[in-house]
Design a protein around this ligand. Structure first.
Ligand SMILES: Cc1ncc(COP(=O)(O)O)c(C=O)c1O
Length: 397
């Protein structure tokens, strides 16, 4: 069967492809260290599983549809949660429970953009945004960001890109995957002023909100003039270590949120009832579980920075948040390794260490390493990277 041009033009997610190769190598009995995938190495809060067990017992096997946007009870709890995190006020009717943050992003793009509209993206960004935009016939347009400024979008660059393209849609992600950058309030105020002046709608991906090592998390939605023009995307995958449950939230106001809810009712109906029970349990469990994960990640970031500092040829910009490091490795390129894809392929085949090429995020000089693994794995992984870098440096002399 022939694929549509639109579908055929979208390559599969690189991180999932790397994970598949890691699985293959492990099935061959090889000892592979995975610093590729962005998944907390913690169990979810026990209250999540308990709520599912209780829900199953109470339902006596009758697990039917819920409202497409999620049960009222969960939407109330989730709206209170997203309000607390973002500093904006959302009620149950301002929020949709989705299948992970990915579905929230897809719905926001579909609800806010018409075919042919331009979506502004920082030129270094998470690999699924552009693919999702293409799936809805939006045109992704990169706004240049650079390493010297921690790859953060600058208001002046946004203004210039909006003027050039006429775009009315922007996607922001802070804390950022892959760069670890976190916008300060002052930086967001400058961006917000451009958005208000140019009538830009923002989709704000806040999935890494608890993981801020320097400074504090600020949502652009909380700034003057922004609540009405921002879709907030959040969820439990990262904050509660619940990736497999697939629970995301889309919050916003006005007709665009209603349109997203209507779309969801046709495209996928409600998030799985079991996942909704789990989410209800997780949200009722309080902040301690998330705080424990955040402090482990902060400690591991320091450990990773200490170990990376000793590796020849690497240049590391300390991440301010999320759970990745994004070192520059281009000083080690040469011979058959002319970019981050070949670098990561050789790293995996020779040292059995999985990392994600920066090229997948628009920055070919870097690789992304996840620090969401236990200390021993992180230490072993970075020792393998050190061995690889040393071998490459020696081969150059
Ligand atoms: C920036 C960013 N947004 C969204 C997602 C998707 O989250 P979920 O697994 O809840 O769909 C990810 C997952 O890696 C991510 O890194």
């Amino acid at each position: 069967m022939k694929a549509s041009q639109r579908a055929a033009s979208i390559a599969p997610s690189v991180t999932f492809a790397i994970e598949a190769r890691v699985r293959e190598l492990r099935e061959q009995g090889l000892d592979v260290i995975g610093l590729g995938v962005g998944q907390p190495d913690f169990a979810g809060p026990p209250q999540a599983a308990e709520a599912v067990i209780a829900g199953l017992a109470e339902s006596e096997g009758r697990v039917g549809y819920t409202a497409a946007s999620g049960t009222l009870e969960l939407r109330e709890a989730a709206a209170a949660h997203v309000s607390r995190v973002s500093g904006c006020t959302y009620s149950a009717q301002d929020l949709i429970v989705t299948n992970g943050a990915k579905e929230a992003l897809a719905l926001a793009l579909a609800a806010a953009g018409d075919p042919g509209d331009t979506l502004l993206l920082p030129s270094v960004n998470w690999l699924s945004y552009a693919a999702m935009a293409q799936a809805y016939d939006l045109k992704p347009h990169d706004v240049p960001v650079n390493a010297e400024n921690h790859f953060k979008l600058r208001a002046a660059a946004l203004d210039a890109a909006a003027a050039q393209t006429g775009a009315r849609l922007l996607l922001l992600n802070s804390p950022n995957n892959p760069t670890g950058a976190v916008f300060s309030e002052a930086e967001l105020l400058d961006i917000a002023a451009v958005c208000v002046a140019r009538d830009i709608t923002v989709i704000s991906d806040e999935i890494y909100w608890p993981f801020v090592f320097d400074g504090r998390f600020v949502s652009i939605a909380s700034l003057p003039g922004m609540a009405e023009r921002t879709f907030v995307v959040n969820g439990l995958s990262k904050s509660h270590a619940m990736t497999g449950w697939r629970v995301g939230f889309l919050a916003g106001h006005g007709p665009a949120l209603k349109a997203a809810a209507s779309l969801k009712s046709h495209l996928s109906s409600n998030a799985s009832v079991a996942a909704q029970w789990a989410a209800q349990g997780a949200l009722a469990s309080g902040p301690e579980h998330t705080a424990n994960i955040a402090s482990a990640f902060a400690r591991r970031r320091d450990l990773a920075l200490e170990l990376l500092a000793e590796i020849p040829g690497l240049q590391v910009d300390p991440p301010q948040g999320a759970f990745y490091v994004f070192p520059r490795v281009d000083a080690l390129y040469g011979g058959e390794i002319q970019g981050s894809v070949a670098f990561c392929q050789r790293l995996l085949e020779e040292q059995r260490l999985a990392a994600v090429p920066g090229a997948a995020f628009g920055e070919n000089r870097c690789i992304r390493l996840s620090i969401a693994v236990d200390d021993a794995t992180l230490e072993q992984g970075l020792a393998r990277l050190a061995a690889f870098a040393t071998a490459l440096s020696e081969a150059r002399v």
